[in-house]
Design a protein around this ligand. Structure first.
Ligand SMILES: [Mg+2]
Length: 393
C-alpha cells in the first residue's frame, strides 16, 4: 500500500505557536531582501517531523490523531485554554508581536517594496480564497466584493496579474470575472492566459494554456464520484471537483464527525494508491501524483511572460494557506520577489511579509495602483538614496 504523507496544517501551526514555539526576536529591525531560511523565526521542526510521519493510509488511530490535532487547535478550542485566545487577543500577544517583527506588514513597509521595484516589472500573483475573498462555510459562496474586484482590475491594468488557486479554473473565473488576468486553477495544474495580451506583456511572452495533469482527468473524475457517494451520509461534508484535483471540505461538518469523514476519505483512496493527499484549511485535497504546485505555476508563468532568468522582474505573491508556501519558497530560493502571507496569527511561513486579512490585501493593491499612477507622473524620479540604505543595487 502506498504511503501518503499529510502536510502540516494551518491549525497545527497555530497550535505550535500557541504552545509558545515562536522564538524571540532580538530586534525590530528587518533587512530587505529578508535573510533566507527560518533561523530566528518560528521553530516548528518537531511538529513537522511528527506530522510528516502521519500517514493517512495507515491505521485508523493515525486518522484520529490527525483529527484530534485539528480539533485541539480549532478556534473554539483555542478560546478555552491557549495563549492565542483570538486573532484580536493575539495582536497583544508577545509571540504575535515577535512574529510580526519577523514578517512585517506589507502596508507598513510599502515604500521599501516600491523602492525595490525600481527598474523592474512587478508581476502580481494572488491566491483567491482567504486572500481576495473571506473564508466562508460554503465554498460556493466565497464571493469577492465589488471593491476588491475593482482593485484587482486596476492592478491588472498596470502589472501582469495572475490568480493562483486550488479551485477549478472556471470556478475561480466565475468569482473574479476579469478577462484580463492569468488564471492558474487546480493548484497551478490548469493555467490559461488572458484572451487578449495586455500591453505590459513582453513581446516574447507566449500564449498560455498549460495542463500538465491531463492524463489524470478520468482518475480524478472517478475518485470525485466515489468520494461524493461515500461521504453523502456525513452531514455537511462537501466534495468539490476542481477538475485536476478534488477537495473534501470539513468546514460545515460537526467536529465529532471529522474522524468518520477522514475515515471515509481514506477508504476511498485505498482504491487509488497513485493519488496524493494533502491538507489545507479544514480541507483534505486529493491530487495527481505529479510534482506540480503553486510554486511551479509561478515559475511557469514568469517564463511564459518572458521573465525567465531575468533580473528586471519583481514577482509579488500574496496567499494565506499551506499550498501558497510552495510559491513563497520559490521566491525565497530565487532571492527574488516578495512573498506576503495573509494571516492574523503567527504561522510558520517562507513569506517575508504579512497582511492581516483580505481588507488589508485590498488596501495594499490600491496603494500599489496609486503609487504607479504617481510614478508615471513623476517619471524618472526614483528614491536612490533609499535603495542604497536597503543594500539593493
Ligand atoms: Mg487561500
Amino acid at each position: 500500500m502506498a504511503k501518503r504523507n499529510v502536510m502540516v496544517t494551518e491549525e497545527m501551526a497555530i497550535t505550535a505557536a500557541a504552545a509558545g514555539k515562536v522564538a524571540n526576536s532580538s530586534s525590530s529591525h528587518f533587512s530587505f531582501p529578508p535573510p533566507r531560511g527560518n533561523s530566528g523565526s518560528v521553530n516548528f521542526s518537531n511538529f513537522k517531523k511528527l506530522l510528516t510521519q502521519l500517514e493517512i493510509n495507515g491505521s485508523s488511530g493515525r486518522i484520529h490523531g490527525w483529527v484530534d490535532s485539528m480539533k485541539a487547535s480549532s478556534p473554539t478550542h483555542i478560546k478555552s485554554g491557549s495563549l492565542l485566545a483570538s486573532p484580536v487577543a493575539a495582536s497583544h500577544d508577545e509571540e504575535y508581536e515577535n512574529w510580526m517583527k519577523q514578517h512585517p506588514s506589507a502596508l507598513k513597509i510599502f515604500d521599501e517594496i516600491t523602492a525595490a521595484s525600481n527598474g523592474k516589472q512587478i508581476v502580481m500573483f494572488l491566491d483567491y480564497d482567504g486572500t481576495l475573498s473571506p473564508i466562508v462555510d460554503d465554498p460556493d459562496l466565497a464571493f469577492m466584493s465589488e471593491n476588491m474586484r475593482s482593485a484587482v482590475r486596476e492592478v491588472a491594468r498596470r502589472f501582469p496579474t495572475a490568480i493562483v488557486s486550488g479551485r477549478c479554473r472556471d470556478k475561480v473565473y466565475s468569482f473574479v470575472q476579469l478577462a484580463e488576468l492569468y488564471y492558474a486553477g487546480s493548484h497551478g495544474m490548469d493555467i490559461k492566459g488572458p484572451a487578449k495580451q495586455p500591453k505590459h506583456t513582453k513581446a516574447k511572452a507566449k500564449a498560455v494554456l498549460f495542463q500538465p495533469a491531463s492524463e489524470f482527468l478520468p482518475t480524478i473524475d472517478s475518485v470525485y464520484k466515489a468520494l461524493v457517494t461515500k461521504t453523502e451520509s456525513t452531514h455537511g461534508a462537501k466534495v468539490e471537483n476542481n477538475k485536476f484535483c478534488v477537495s473534501v471540505h470539513f468546514r460545515c461538518v460537526d467536529e465529532k464527525k471529522w474522524g468518520a469523514l477522514a475515515e471515509q476519505v481514506r477508504s476511498v483512496l485505498k482504491d487509488y494508491p497513485e493519488l496524493r493527499l494533502t491538507q489545507g484549511r479544514k480541507v483534505l485535497e486529493i491530487r495527481p501524483p505529479i510534482k506540480w504546485d503553486k510554486g511551479k505555476a509561478l515559475e511557469f508563468l514568469l517564463e511564459s511572460l518572458g521573465f525567465a532568468d531575468c533580473n528586471d522582474v519583481l514577482p509579488i505573491y500574496i496567499g494565506d494557506d499551506r499550498t501558497d508556501e510552495d510559491a513563497f519558497k520559490v521566491l525565497r530560493d530565487r532571492g527574488q520577489g516578495i512573498g506576503i502571507l495573509v494571516s492574523k496569527l503567527p504561522k510558520e511561513t517562507s513569506a517575508s511579509f504579512s497582511l492581516g486579512e483580505p481588507a488589508e490585501v485590498m488596501n495594499f493593491l490600491r496603494r500599489l495602483v496609486d503609487w504607479k499612477r504617481l510614478s508615471h507622473k513623476e517619471r524618472g524620479h526614483h528614491p536612490h538614496e533609499r535603495l542604497g540604505r536597503l543594500g539593493i543595487k
